[in-house]
Design a protein around this ligand. Structure first.
Ligand SMILES: N[C@@H](CCC(=O)N[C@@H](CS)C(=O)NCC(=O)O)C(=O)O
Length: 116
């Protein structure tokens, strides 16, 4: 599969993964609407745009920190994770890299918040 297909292919729809299973798989806190969410990103990054589209679609609000527009955000990301890669969703202080994993977590988060 080409890189473009992989980037923009939509995931098969289905029931969201159990929140506890998802948290264990990803090594982050379980989706819960009380979580403090921060997304490090920059706008020309296609992986970030995928996450931003998902946030829009799910109407989930996070604290957005653009690492190119404000170098302090890049520094903060590096100090927290030792990496500069975006997107990175920080969930109650625990970083989650990889756009696919972030989208999975956000979908479960949105489903959990709706059910709460
Ligand atoms: N597999 C990652 C790729 C993320 C990625 O390659 N991000 C680029 C920007 S588009 C990046 O942050 N590069 C700089 C770095 O890795 O430090 C994902 O899906 O999130």
């Amino acid at each position: 599969m080409s890189i473009f297909r992989r980037l923009f292919a939509s995931r098969p729809s289905g029931p969201p993964e159990d929140p506890q299973d998802l948290a264990r798989r990803l090594g982050v806190p379980a989706p819960d609407r009380r979580r403090k969410l921060v997304l490090y990103k920059f706008d020309s990054c296609p992986y970030c745009r995928r996450v931003l589209r998902t946030l829009d679609e799910l109407a989930v609000e996070v604290d957005l920190r653009d690492t190119l527009q404000d170098r302090h955000h890049g520094t903060a990301l590096f100090e927290l994770t030792g990496r500069t890669q975006v997107p990175c969703l920080v969930i109650d202080g625990t970083p989650l890299f990889e756009s696919s994993d972030i989208v999975d977590w956000l979908r479960s988060y949105a489903a959990h918040a709706r059910a709460a």
